[in-house]
Ligand binder design. Sequence first.
Ligand code: B12
Ligand code: SF4
Length: 470
Amino acid sequence: MNVLLISPKVMVPGWELLIGGYTIGSGILYIAATVRQAGHNVVVELGNEDNIISLIKKHSPEVVGVTCLTATYPTAKNLINLIKKFDTAVLTVLGGHYATFMTREIFSECSVDYILRGEGEIAFVKLLKEIETGNTYSIIEGIAFRKMKKIFNEHSYTLLKDIDTIPYPAIDLVPKEIKDFMPIIHTSRGCPHRCSFCSVSAFYDGKWRARKIENIIAEIEAYASQGIKRFYFIDDNLTVDTKRVRTICKELKDKGLDDLKWRCLSRVDSIYKDPVMIDKMADSGCTSMSLGIESGVQEILNRYKKNISLNHVEEAVKIMNDSSIFHGWYMIIGSGDEFDAPKYIEKNINFMKKVKFDVLQISILTPFPGTELYAKIVAENRLLHKNWNKYDCTHCVYQPLHLTPEQIEQYHIKAYRTLYLDRGLDLFKIAYKGFNSGFLSPTMILTSGKHGMDIIFKKKKFYEAIESFE
Ligand code: B12
Ligand code: SF4
């Protein structure tokens, strides 16, 4: 069968603007790999309202699969509606975090035929097989569908039992518009923690599954043999099991793969518990790492169920500053409860001054469907709107208890301004370290500088400034 896989071609304010282009997640590339392995013709494209019909004409697909997050769902919905208007015979499938949690709402406003709930590698291939044999309404675990205005299999959900059985993501199918694509490797999927705001804990239901080390190393060897020099361990939390990470590092060295540069995401607790792991990581090619502190107020961390203490944060920051690894931290403005008050936001910002970060990405707390936070905000009737494209962590989309949404957005800017200006001349050293680590590119520095100027001198809102990127 001809299968067209689409990732929405959108500039959601965030990393794409900083990296100066469009982006694609690994999910759709994993789906592409399994579809190809099952013997179908598959192409991956970036789609928007302007190019979708020409893509359909070009590839003549029998099935179109579209991926989405919350912020990219509006585009995904428009694409599917346009496809079905153009040719009802083309079957459409939507997957991703938003699709998993908002199945019923999606069927009420989008002409999509199937919604994939959970991980799609096995279920999607089963669906293609059924469609090929003429069974368009089979019950398959993880696939909801609509027949005669009724929704079937709505609560079915699928997670892979063994993540070693799936092929490597089809990075050779990454669309040409994506500049400077860095191969993404998952050594594990999910996370055992259950932070209240996190879509990952909701999507994987607090489950963490690790791949076999031989399989991970074989994937890296495959990339190295193609001349690839850097990659991203994109696990939600690479360091859940620090012993395992040390083994991966040892294997990288033993196999002579330590000249490849890599980056990853980690957590404060594994760093202060096993600081030697950080040395091993640096020694085996790790040049940059991102970590969530989220808040400098212990009460808020407890509400987030983050399971870390501010003492541990300080310890972890010290360890990272003593290492050669370029480190980026995540911080959130907003708590979603009574701590949404000036006193606590100021306290949050003041604590972050102690964190001698290399980079800091500050988000506004965003209630993503499926999360505990979303359920709470909805139950308290404090969701301001469902303009999902604004669920990009730069807009305040809920009503805070003791502030206005605009005040939260102003604090977002204040936090950036205060915390970066506080680093003073260190910023030059940081830029140098960032270049060397491969984390920062000249485009990122120039773009962020321009955004900063627009915010300070033109008094633009944060999201207006980053939207002005061309
Ligand atoms: C790498 C990453 C990025 C990268 C790449 C973005 C991208 N487009 O994926 C960058 C840094 C650019 C980024 C940016 C953002 N990100 Co991000 N990101 C991630 C991260 C860490 C990994 C993504 C990934 O590779 N997942 C692994 C794959 C295998 O899973 P998957 O994509 O869900 O796909 C599986 C299933 O969902 C399903 N499936 C998905 N699509 C389809 C389609 C079909 C047809 C089928 C059959 C099945 C299917 O099958 C797939 C295979 O099992 C995730 C966390 C996570 N675990 O997903 C956060 C995450 C996706 N990001 C998130 C957010 C909020 C953002 C930003 C809005 C933040 C910001 N302001 O910058 C932007 C939005 C960017 C955009 N336009 O997409 C949230 C999304 C929450 C939500 N519910 O919407 C996540 C979940 C983080 C979190 N902890 O909450 N991100
Ligand atoms: S925020 Fe990080 S630690 Fe918490 S559940 Fe999500 S991925 Fe895990």
